[in-house]
Design a protein around this ligand. Structure first.
Ligand SMILES: Nc1ncnc2c1ncn2[C@@H]1O[C@H](COP(=O)(O)OP(=O)(O)OP(=O)(O)O)[C@@H](O)[C@H]1O
Length: 341
């Protein structure tokens, strides 16, 4: 393999979309004479990813993440620009590339819905033309790792989402891909299963050097699984940083949601450095905690001492918040940079 697992230059994709106009007259007119507008979904994206890296590819809804992944896996042709994925051009050598990459789309199953996972493993071993003995060893290792033994003979449609996702990812690893594209792999899963899935992917990255390229709206996926974060907004890259730095500067905010047992407690005010409080409703308080200022444990200890609780959860801020924050601070940096010159 070359120097890079992914080498992308000025990748651009525009779509022609029909323009909708308000009003009856305009609607009728556009039926006969549609007005087309150019939508730039991805615009001059440059990326360099080395073999073995774990990259989170992030952005708000509509930023262009899926479109980029579709181009990198050869599903879509770009409007312009170039890409090498494991040394292959994805849209010209899609077949060859398929043997060397894996894909997991959280929103779209790649398993045979009416068949049990055991059959999907079997079918994929044929698709990838694996040597029988290699396949059997590999399959058994993945079944053990992903704890699939109990579910192998159940039709996929009868599995829980968490069980199905474990199968999806195990099958994606079957042919030892050098690069794995994961699009929202933990969407809709509970915290425990999310955590387990992140660990399994991280383990295989460490042991087999699989490059991981992941999109997610879950800040936990980035924190736990990726060392590098690339953020796109309006089709272009706005940030490319180590996740450690993001953790210190942006992902440090946690939200604690308190459900109080008794309503009257709301009168109590919450004063603590690095913590701001807001009432969601009369029984629910949302605390935003800057963990660089006050540790989450300290806040929890205070809460337990002073409130009678029905329930408490700790959450990451939504990705939209994270990106807003990054966007604001990048702009500030640009302004400061300009002033300094
Ligand atoms: N086939 C298409 N035709 C027209 N516009 C499209 C098409 N596919 C995507 N777009 C538009 O391109 C932009 C980027 O879409 P894309 O699905 O890549 O975003 P995304 O970052 O994956 O978003 P999300 O997080 O919501 O999945 C959006 O504005 C979308 O509406």
């Amino acid at each position: 393999m070359g120097m890079y697992a992914l080498e992308v230059q000025k990748l651009t994709k525009t779509f022609a979309v029909k323009q909708k106009k308000a009003g009856f007259k305009e609607s009728v007119r556009s039926l006969f004479k549609p007005q087309w507008q150019v939508k730039e979904a991805v615009k001059n994206v440059d990326l360099l990813v080395k073999p073995g890296e774990t990259v989170a590819f992030l952005g708000p809804n509509g930023a262009g993440k899926s479109t980029t992944i579709k181009m990198l896996t050869g599903i879509l042709h770009p409007t312009s620009g170039d890409a090498q994925v494991l040394g292959c051009n994805p849209w010209k050598e899609r077949g060859r590339l398929a043997f060397r990459i894996g894909t997991v789309f959280g929103q779209k199953s790649q398993l045979w819905y009416h068949l049990p996972p055991a059959d999907s493993f079997e079918l994929m071993s044929r698709v990838y033309e694996l040597r029988r003995s290699d396949y059997l060893i590999r399959r058994d290792l993945l079944i053990e790792r992903f704890e699939l033994g109990a579910h192998l003979q159940t039709p996929v449609r009868k599995l829980s989402l968490g069980e199905r996702m474990r199968c999806e990812i195990a099958v994606a690893f079957l042919h030892r891909p050098q690069l794995l594209f994961l699009d929202e792999p933990t969407i809709g899963l509970d915290v425990i299963i999310k955590q387990r899935i992140r660990e399994l992917i991280a383990e295989l990255n460490r042991e087999e050097g699989t490059t991981v390229f992941l999109t997610s709206h879950d800040p936990g996926d980035i924190e736990r699984l990726c060392k590098r974060a690339i953020i796109i907004h309006h089709g272009g890259v706005i940030l490319d940083d180590p996740v450690d730095r993001l953790k210190r500067e942006v992902l440090k905010y946690k939200t604690i949601r308190l459900k109080l047992r008794e309503q009257e407690q709301q009168a109590m005010s919450f004063r603590m450095d690095g913590v701001s409080a807001a009432y969601e409703d009369s029984c629910t308080i949302l605390l935003s905690v800057d963990t660089n200022v006050t540790r989450i444990e300290t806040v929890l200890a205070f809460i337990v001492e002073h409130y009678t609780l029905e329930d408490v959860t700790i959450e990451d801020p939504p990705m939209e918040e994270v990106i807003k924050h990054i966007y604001a601070s990048e702009k500030a940096n640009l302004l400061l940079g300009a002033e300094g010159e």
